[in-house]
Design a protein around this ligand. Structure first.
Ligand code: GLA
Length: 438
């Protein structure tokens, strides 16, 4: 890899709060401005400036691509996600219920006549170059690992990676547990496929991107993030069976909002704790497999079997298993509750999920616990829990639409008071999966 340039031009105000979007609240809008491809709205009743991405941001990205590389790029974008329930179940062949959100990684790509792969990241203000026929075989702990990993996996499937120029920009908050990595992988994968003139079923795209992260980057993540980034539908949560990859789209009631609260504590799936949890779950699955043939993963262990044999397990493994087995049951119950518009039940399941992640799976942290307990004390909140891998990052909250504004104000003030750090609050729109936008 060659780092070609570092470009320290001041960038737009790219804070996630500034990108927060709440189209339902336009009644409060007083002024509208257009800056750097974002529509800024100032409201009388609102404390936060909300910003909508508009089509200008694609135009701007295209122009920046052209200024740097020349030519007409194709542009692809893939969303980040929030998981409503079903945490640390995906790599146990279990169930999850995530939704794609309004933050994306956008990739502009154009073919080159030579064999060079030139990649500029606007977020890192850095350009790197590779020879497409001799891509690095090991990760270097650099943002480009995700891209190289995907390119190598495509090459392994005999998809030609020709010379190309890529301009990459992401507005998924990084280290927040909202799948900035998966959205980068999926966007880049689709972009490479577009320039190669090839198509691939979206399930295969998700699997390929997961393999790139598992085998090249070295994070042993499950399939949830990549899958929802490819297959999500607007205004729907996606219920996924992570073994069979069967899924169903579940409409979200129009009178609730999915609100994400960022503790501002950084999390990383590449960190050792995540892989360690996975090993502990595998140890648990092996234990149960010795007692009942046919068990391949914790997904196959019933609550009854856990009660019968669980006492023989070392305490740590027993706690990890208890979380996964109960969490799988919660996802099934929560999906049913969502279908029946029973948000009270859904909220209680979120609460139980958080308690289990905190006490049994031990992936929460004090800031996440504070954020959840504050949310539970605010009117109009059906449920709150940590979301994603944990060890920092965000909580997900289901909030009655009419209570969202008060919720934002209260949780911001109360969290800042309790923790001494101002949180970012994102009122989400629920978006579709990866698509070519130009
Ligand atoms: C990360 C991983 C996912 C999943 C979650 C926890 O986001 O990438 O595969 O395991 O953590 O539910």
């Amino acid at each position: 890899m060659r780092v070609v340039s570092r470009d320290f031009r001041p960038s737009q105000d790219n804070s996630a709060a500034a990108r927060n979007r709440n189209p339902q609240n336009t009644d409060a809008v007083q002024k509208i401005g257009h800056v750097h491809g974002y529509t800024w709205r100032w409201g009388t009743k609102r404390i936060l400036v909300t910003v909508e991405k508009n089509s200008d941001h694609l135009q701007q990205l295209t122009e920046k691509f052209q200024a740097r590389f020349g030519g007409e790029p194709m542009v692809v974008e893939a969303p980040g996600r929030v998981n409503l329930i079903g945490e640390h179940t995906d790599y146990n062949d279990g169930f999850v219920l995530p939704a794609a959100i309004q933050f994306h990684t956008t990739v502009a790509i154009g073919p080159r006549l030579d064999r060079r792969l030139i990649i500029f990241s606007q977020n890192y203000a850095e350009q790197v170059e590779f020879d497409a026929s001799g891509l690095p075989s090991v990760a270097r702990k650099h943002w480009s690992d995700y891209i190289v990993g995907v390119a190598r996996k495509l090459q392994e499937r005999a998809i030609p990676i020709r010379g190309a120029s890529l301009f990459v920009h992401g507005d998924v908050p990084q280290g927040a547990g909202l799948s900035s990595s998966a959205s980068l992988e999926v966007a880049v994968c689709r972009a490479f496929l577009e320039v190669a003139g090839q198509t691939m079923p979206s399930v295969d795209v998700a699997l390929l991107c997961q393999r790139a992260e598992n085998e090249f980057v070295g994070a042993r993540c499950g399939i949830m993030d990549q899958f929802v980034s490819t297959r999500a539908e607007r205004n729907h949560a996606l219920q996924l069976d992570c073994r069979s990859l069967e899924y169903s789209q579940q409409p979200l009631p129009s009178d609730i909002r999915v609100v994400i609260c960022n503790t501002m504590v950084k999390h990383s799936v590449a960190g050792g704790e995540y892989n360690q949890r996975r090993q502990e779950c595998e140890a648990g699955a092996r234990f149960f497999a010795e007692r009942r043939p046919g068990i391949q993963a914790l997904r196959d262990v019933s609550e009854d079997e856990f009660r019968r044999y669980g006492g023989e397990l070392p305490e740590i493994i027993r706690k990890r298993c208890r979380h996964v087995i109960a969490e799988n049951a919660r996802v099934t119950e929560a999906s049913g509750a969502l279908r029946q518009n029973d948000l009270g039940t859904f909220g209680k399941l979120m609460e139980a999920s958080h308690a289990s992640l905190r006490h049994d799976f031990e992936v929460s942290c004090p800031e996440l616990d504070v954020m959840v307990s504050l949310a539970n004390g605010i009117d109009g909140v059906y449920g709150a829990r940590m979301t994603g891998g944990g060890f920092g990052g965000c909580t997900v909250n289901l909030v009655r639409a009419e209570s969202v504004e008060t919720f934002q104000k209260k949780i911001t003030a109360q969290y800042e008071h309790a923790v001494g750090q101002r949180p970012e609050i994102y009122v989400c729109t629920v978006e579709a999966g990866v698509r070519r936008v130009r």
